[in-house]
Design a protein around this ligand. Structure first.
Ligand SMILES: [Ca+2]
Ligand SMILES: [Ca+2]
Ligand SMILES: [Ca+2]
Length: 478
């Protein structure tokens, strides 16, 4: 393909600006039906909140095609070149109105990987002979809606790893197209655990959401592989779009406009009345200020902690194993790209204790965070379907055990829903929830010196049995 049209439709606010710029791009669909009008509900809403927001047409890349993922990203960069030119052109309606230092990209399905590809090619040459590769845009934030992963060709890394950029991914349990939550591995790779990086990342998993309802054009046609069985109903188009609108807007208001209350929403610490009721939302969040106690990537020995010299110990657990939480078919039906800990109990009040050595360098932290959740079981063995899971956490500081807190006071840990696509293809999966506990909560509201913490103790004392996945236990700053 030698040339493509540059065509996008959207809105800009009244006023002098300058305003941050958000591009939204669709994914693969029947090329005879325009997909780009399907995000009008998002672009119009963004414009009322101070963004220039457009939906980019890439219908000419659609159909029974493969190997086009590089083009999906490059077309977005070509659009940014055009906006840069208009912003510099006296007399153009957008002259001086675009805040080119604050750009966000959102994409759905193949477009969801396309925004990561655009971010990659923004600074990495996709073609050394391209005379027009003068991108280097300030792409600050990405938002992927039910993205694919790994469709980028062989000339460049097949899998994009977002670094030094804010990345958010949203997916539905009832996705009848990208049914294995391919954005989860991207979330796991983003801000790599073993690298110094900047940026933040968030994840939203919506029980009952499907693939197409986030696009107004795709929604009525249903997904290619509809749900045949689920313990959770498919949510309405209106509710699914409301959830997408709230989180996408919030992400860009935080990352491009610096509105801190929306960071709380991304981090799962605040809810609004505009959230549709009775829909189970699972959320993850992480920023780059992390001191790892356990990310479980260092080996496969549950006794060794990721914190150098740290030791993990279990007492009374029926299952206790460090393992891959990927799509390899282990217990839990995971879809990520990470290692974690699987634990279960069915008697007493067992414990999981992390013991830290004396620190050589002081660490900066005001929170303890981890991701944890009930694992999917086809029939109940340890968890009780429909019941919340819960447990306690305590710190030992200078030989004294401080107040225990109950994680249920921070976030609920609900059951994973069961889903089968038409034909009986099972797509149930376990998605963990980020829990963030201010250190002062362990000490009656008084500050806790993170350098003095000797042990973190989890006690499974709230339910008589349970099966949980655990990962990314960290001290962090918020
Ligand atoms: Ca491991
Ligand atoms: Ca280990
Ligand atoms: Ca991990």
């Amino acid at each position: 393909m030698d040339a493509v049209p540059l065509h996008a439709v959207g809105y800009y606010p009244e006023g002098a600006g300058p305003f941050p710029l958000v591009l939204i791009v669709h994914g693969n669909h029947d090329p005879a039906e325009f997909s780009y009008p399907g995000y009008d509900y998002l672009t119009s809403h963004l414009a009322t909140h101070g963004f220039i927001a457009v939906s980019v047409e890439e219908d000419f890349l659609n159909g029974s095609v493969s190997g086009e993922m590089d083009a999906r990203g490059i077309v977005l960069l070509r659009h940014l070149q055009l906006f840069r030119e208009w912003n510099r052109t006296p007399g153009h309606p957008l002259y001086g109105k675009i805040q080119m230092s604050r750009i966000g990209l959102a994409g759905h399905s193949r477009g969801g990987e396309g925004v990561a590809v655009a971010w990659e090619f923004n600074t990495t040459k996709h073609n050394p002979d391209d005379p027009n590769h003068d991108f280097n845009f300030h792409i600050r934030a990405l938002y992927a809606i039910a993205p694919v992963d790994g469709q980028l060709g062989v000339m460049f890394p097949q899998y994009v790893t977002p670094r030094n950029v804010d990345y958010f991914v949203m997916h539905g349990s009832h996705d009848g197209d990208v049914s294995n939550f391919q954005g989860h591995p991207i979330y796991d790779r983003a801000l790599p655990v073993d690298e110094e990086t900047t940026g933040e990342k968030g994840l939203l998993f919506v029980q009952g959401a499907n693939h197409g309802q986030w696009n107004e054009i795709w929604a009525p046609g249903g997904d290619p592989f509809p749900i045949s069985y689920s313990t959770t109903p498919l949510i309405s188009i209106a509710d699914q779009q409301q959830i997408g609108l709230l989180f996408l807007t919030a992400w860009f208001r935080w990352t491009l406009q610096g509105r801190g209350c929306y960071r709380l929403m991304a981090a799962g610490e605040i809810e609004f009345d505009s959230f549709p009721a009775d829909i189970v939302l699972t959320r993850q969040y992480q920023n780059a200020m992390r001191t790892w106690l356990n990310h479980y990537e260092e080996d496969d020995n549950p006794a060794t902690a990721s914190f150098a010299g740290g030791v993990n110990a279990a007492d009374g657990l029926a299952v206790y194993q460090e393992q891959a939480m990927d799509s390899g078919g282990q217990v839990g039906r995971f879809v990520g790209e990470t290692d974690g800990l699987i634990l279960a109990w069915n008697a007493g009040a067992p414990t999981y204790t992390i013991t830290l050595p004396q620190r050589e360098a002081p660490l900066d932290a005001n929170m303890l965070a981890l991701r944890i959740g009930q694992l999917y079981e086809s029939t109940d063995v340890y968890n009780v379907f429909g019941a919340l899971q819960d447990f306690s956490v305590a710190l030992v500081v200078n030989g004294v055990t401080l107040d225990a807190v109950r994680v249920g006071d921070y976030r609920e840990l609900p059951s994973q829903c069961h889903v089968q696509l038409l034909g009986g293809y099972e797509t149930s999966m376990s998605v963990l929830e980020t829990i963030r506990i201010p250190l002062e909560d362990f000490n009656g509201g008084a500050a806790v010196d993170p350098n003095a913490v000797e042990q973190v103790v989890f006690t499974f004392d709230q339910n008589s049995s349970g099966l949980l996945g655990v990962d990314e236990i960290q001290f962090t700053v918020f």
